[in-house]
Ligand binder design. Structure first.
Ligand SMILES: Cc1ncc(C[n+]2csc(CCOP(=O)(O)OP(=O)(O)O)c2C)c(N)n1
Ligand SMILES: [Mg+2]
Length: 1031
């Protein structure tokens, strides 16, 4: 029955009164000549012959009957007709005549069919009209006049046909051909003036329930085939489809008051004159102007006004280069002089870092929305050139802002994403971001996407750039409606933007506005477009600017006069001139003025850290024990966990009793203690809730109740901060970008992203390279995101071994050849670096580095290479003693054994990091070389602990220095460590290498080779003659 219900729900086109009632405005209940295809489910549910298994069959039968009533058995024909004629439940069905037909039954059935003269023709015509209406709804956008150039980027076999109010036969036939690919159930010219009742799946009737076919077509043409193309019929929610139909089909719905028209004109004036002003003043500067899509400014302002009216008070935006300065000036309302002085190359930046070019910087601005008279905060996220890379970042920041203000439904905070047509279609991150849009821990409750569809990407035509008809087709995967609109019709644009904003506030789902426009200049202002698009650009040269067109229209309508129009222009030009004059007084550039996410209160007013110290990251015994106990229990009643998990929790409990921690427990302690201090923690990534290696178990699942879960971490303290742990979609680029954005919103949160294996982080390389590594240098924006990257050579083959430490280390900004002159390496060195890279060898150190991340007076990204086998290694345990108050993160762990007792005797110091330490100690013990070889662990790789390693090197005056790693020589840490180690010892000695040979792949796929390689590197590490001949 379930199937039948679903199928009935899908098919229910009319008399679904509960849906329609909310939308249709009291349509008069005029008698119908023919009842529209009625939901056959409700009465049908009472039909004796229907069962769950027969519903598919019925569905097929129904569709076949819709196509051609004669194609089904007479009994079905009668049934569907009766159902549609309003037969009460249980009465629509007439038994087919049995073989031993009783005459009376047969004649009764025949009577039902014959009772209505010409019923066949009537039914067929009405069905045809319904199908025609549906064809417009589904395919009307194919023939809408979307392209201002009239050269149509969407190659749907047909050029648009113009429609006169009196639909003539030629148009009619053309439409039928285009919309239906062929004939149309016998409708012909003679039907044009026949009156047809309208189904409730259309709103073209307005107050009419029946219209002549000619008028039906005219109204459908007006709704679907003018300057707006609505793509929505793929949405599988009837209420949403009805909502959209109502917004576009209702006659006269697209009316603007004179006031609205004047506001629109004024906004177009600003948008257009801003670009012209920049062009006049800096004609040879790249600015990626908006010419050809000036309507973007009123479009965005409309979305913001409408959203503000609906209660939104914070809009977070992401956008590419095109029109960015214009958006900053006219949407966000950045002071014009701040924008203009960016064009002065002689101005020096007052802030740290390298800065970025003007069309990449972010912005944060709070002001009054003049239309709604409500406060609104607008933030434009700084973006790299890498198109669409900012999409998930914007979503993450939006989610965080919603989270911190308790906006669980996205009613107060929303995001708007802008896209270029080529990038929207081409970049996979768009798809990855769309797929976050409806996930509980990632949804921002609907994003309004605006595509500046200038029908070109740099020099490439759409037909060479995408395989989909529209650049927006990717949005269909999440059932987002897509509103294509001709950008030369400003009122149509404003209308769809209003609808888009209303859609978002009604359904809290994504929506796309596709501004079909053109690019008046080349890719940038210096670029010659005629090389590659000669005909397109001949057409563009003939194109009247949209402002001129619209001004002429309003003047012709008497809404404004020529003088008023010219005054509006002069007024804005004056604003620009005055700002330009003021901009010349600017002496220095403050990149800080371009922050997209200020952290009020975290820094001093000058933007400096409030201190340059870090307190002890240790924790009192009581808290350690308490967290440990919660971590090993089920803190809710009647909750049955898996037997295997019970054993894991029991082991944890025993560890707590013994005052020890393993990796998972150390992480628990770090998180739990920060939660107590009011720090929100968010851990996201693939399968993080359990942990890829089944060690974490932060979410317990009741074995008897579906979907009943418990997160003990949220049961630690009475007023603790919330802990969010969420399994993510299978995307690195999207999810890491999202978490980076989340971490931007507040310094008082620990946001961690864990890769399934560190190897997979490289599909998110763009986020790492463009945001995490250089973010502060480019945009003066700090970010404390933590990357947990499982790493280690454990014979698991080339794809599950390496988080590529060499890449992270190569991007560290500390100078290999300079020993830093610092009083305090512990904190000051961290302040100077672009990110922190660690590989901890003990759980306690992992605990400390996580806590330090928050207790530091500033924020830096933290890259942690995390272990796999060490998670269960009996020696990789730490005592509570190493985590008590007064203890802290150890950047270097010196040898604590016999070698350190008599350092002068030591012949070799092996410097290493991470898991190989355990292989080395085991081997050293086996070879009884504890007094000969010291092993020093470098836990913080970057910034490099020059000071501590200098002490270590000096402690062993007679020793050879060897860097030992399990990674291949051209990978791992060697290239980073070697020059720095040499600097610490003033290049007094060589630094030898013990490790795997150079290789193309990170690891062998053969277990035996893996072990042989390991043994070989251990042999080198402990062969005291290994480097004799090389010295
Ligand atoms: C990921 C990425 N690849 C390539 C480029 C180089 N690039 C800069 S703009 C551009 C064309 C963009 O076309 P479109 O998205 O349609 O935006 P438009 O410039 O037309 O507004 C390209 C390929 C880039 N910036 N980012
Ligand atoms: Mg483009």
């Amino acid at each position: 029955m379930l199937n039948l219900r679903t199928c009935a729900a899908k098919l229910r086109p009319l008399t679904a009164s509960q849906t329609v009632k909310t939308i249709s405005q009291h349509r008069p209940a005029a008698p119908r000549t023919f009842q529209q295809i009625r939901c056959y489910s409700a009465p049908v549910a009472a039909e004796p012959f229907l069962s769950g298994t027969s519903s598919n069959y019925v569905e097929e039968m129904y569709y076949a009957w819709l196509e051609n009533p004669k194609s089904v058995h007479k009994s079905w024909d009668i049934f569907f007709r009766n159902a549609n004629a309003g037969a009460a439940p249980g009465t629509a069905y007439q038994s087919p005549p049995p073989l031993s037909t009783r005459l009376s039954t047969l004649s009764q059935a025949q009577f039902l069919v014959q009772a209505q003269p010409n019923v066949d023709k009537l039914v067929e015509d009405h069905l045809a009209v319904q199908s025609l209406i549906r064809a417009y709804q589904v395919r009307g956008h194919h023939i809408a006049k979307l392209d201002p150039l009239g050269i149509s980027c969407v190659n749907f076999d047909d050029a648009p046909v113009t429609v006169s109010p009196n639909v003539d036969l030629a148009v009619f036939k053309e439409r039928l051909r285009v919309l239906t690919v062929g004939g149309f159930y016998g409708l012909d010219e003679s039907d044009l003036d026949k009156v047809f009742h309208l189904p409730t799946t259309t709103f073209i009737g307005g107050n009419e329930s029946a219209l002549p076919l000619r008028e039906i077509i005219r109204r459908l043409e007006m709704a679907y085939c003018q300057h707006i193309g609505v793509e929505f019929m793929f949405i599988n929610d009837l209420e949403q489809c009805q909502w959209i139909r109502q917004k576009f089909e209702t006659p006269g719905i697209m009316q603007f008051t004179s006031e609205e028209k004047r506001t629109l004109l004024a906004r177009l004036v600003r948008s257009t004159r801003f670009e012209e002003f920049l062009h006049r003043k800096w004609s040879s500067e790249k600015r990626f102007g908006l010419e050809g899509c000036e309507v973007l400014i009123p479009a965005l302002k409309t979305i913001i006004d409408k959203s503000s009216e609906k209660g939104v008070d914070y809009v977070i935006m992401g956008m590419p280069h095109r029109g960015r300065l214009n958006v900053l000036a006219n949407v966000i309302r950045k002071e014009l002089e701040q924008i203009f002085c960016q064009f002065d190359s002689k101005l020096e930046a007052a802030d740290e870092g390298s800065g970025d070019v003007k069309y990449h910087l972010g912005m944060y601005h709070r002001r009054i929305n003049r239309v709604t008279d409500r406060n609104i905060t607008l933030s434009l996220v700084a973006n790299p050139s890498h198109l669409e890379a900012a999409d998930p970042v914007v979503q993450g920041k939006t989610k965080a802002e919603q989270f911190y203000c308790g906006d669980t439904e996205g009613k107060k905070v929303m995001s708007i994403l802008l896209h270029g047509d080529a990038a929207f279609a081409g970049q996979g991150i768009v798809y990855e971001t769309f797929h976050l849009s409806d996930l509980p821990s990632y949804t921002t409750h609907g994003t309004v996407h605006v595509v500046v569809n200038n029908q070109i990407g740099f020099t490439t035509d759409p037909r060479m750039a995408r395989s989909s008809p529209y650049p927006t087709d990717v949005a269909r995967v999440v059932n987002a409606p897509i509103f294509h609109v001709n950008a030369d019709d400003p009122e149509a644009v404003v209308y769809v933007c209003n609808v888009a904003a209303e859609w978002r506030s009604t359904f809290h789902k994504d929506v796309v506005v596709d501004l079909v426009c053109y690019r008046r200049n080349g890719h940038n202002e210096m670029d010659e477009p005629m090389f590659t698009q000669p005909l397109m650009y001949k057409q563009i040269r003939k194109q009247k600017p949209v402002l001129q067109k619209y001004a002429e229209l309003l003047i012709s309508q008497g809404v404004v006069n020529q003088l008023e129009y010219e005054e509006e222009i002069a007024k804005y030009d004056k604003i620009c001139e005055e700002a330009h004059a003021r901009s010349k007084d600017e002496k220095i550039l403050h990149i800080k003025h371009w922050l997209d996410s200020p952290w009020p209160g975290f820094f001093t007013l000058d933007g400096q850290p409030r201190s340059m110290t870090c307190p002890s990251t240790g924790l009192n015994e009581e808290d350690l024990t308490h967290i440990g106990q919660v971590a090993s229990s089920v803190p809710v009643e009647d909750f049955t966990i898996h037997g295997g998990l019970s054993r894991i929790l029991k082991t944890r409990g025993e560890m707590v009793k013994n005052r020890t921690v393993d990796w998972a427990l150390a992480e628990y302690m770090a998180f739990g203690s920060l939660l107590k201090e009011g720090i929100h923690i968010r851990l996201s990534g693939q399968d993080v809730e359990r942990g890829t290696f089944s060690h974490r178990h932060h979410v317990l699942h009741d074995q008897n109740v579906d979907k009943r879960t418990c997160i003990p971490m949220n049961h630690l303290w009475p007023n603790q901060a919330p802990y969010t742990v969420c399994n993510s979609s299978l995307s690195e680029y999207g999810v890491l970008g999202f978490e980076l954005g989340f971490a931007m919103a507040s310094p008082n949160a620990l946001v961690l992203w864990e890769a399934q294996f560190g190897d997979f982080h490289n599909t998110a390389q763009c986020i790492i390279d463009q945001f995490i590594c250089p973010g502060q240098a480019k945009w003066v924006r700090q970010n404390g995101i933590v990357l947990l990257l499982p790493h280690g050579m454990e014979g698991m083959g080339p794809e599950h071994s390496s988080a590529r430490p060499e890449r992270f280390l190569q991007m560290c900004n500390d100078d290999p050849d300079v020993f830093p002159k610092l009083d305090d390496f512990d904190v000051r060195q961290l302040y100077d670096c672009n990110w922190i890279v660690v590989n901890c060898s003990t759980p306690a150190n992992f605990f400390h580095v996580l806590r330090r991340q928050i207790l530091l007076p500033f924020r830096k990204p933290l890259i942690i290479f995390t272990p796999k086998s060490l998670l269960r290694h009996p020696e990789a345990r730490s005592s509570f003693d190493d985590m008590l108050p007064g203890t802290h993160f150890l950047r270097v762990i010196p040898d604590g054994g016999p070698a350190a007792q008599s350092p002068e005797q030591v012949k070799r110091v092996l410097f290493c990091t991470g898991k190989v330490y355990y292989d080395l100690t085991r081997e050293r013990k086996a070879r009884q070389m504890e007094a000969d070889v010291a092993i020093t662990r470098v836990e913080q790789l970057s910034p490099f602990p020059f000071d501590l390693l200098q002490q270590e090197a000096e402690k062993y005056p007679a020793a050879e220095l060897v860097w030992c790693q399990e990674e291949h020589k051209n990978q791992g840490y060697y290239d980073y460590v070697k020059p720095r180690l040499r600097t610490t010892i003033d290049r007094a000695k060589p630094v030898w290498y013990a490790g795997r040979e150079p290789a193309a792949a990170p690891a062998t796929g053969n277990k035996k080779t893996h072990l042989t390689e390991l043994q070989r590197l251990l042999d080198t590490a402990f062969n005291l003659d290994a480097f004799k001949d090389l010295a």
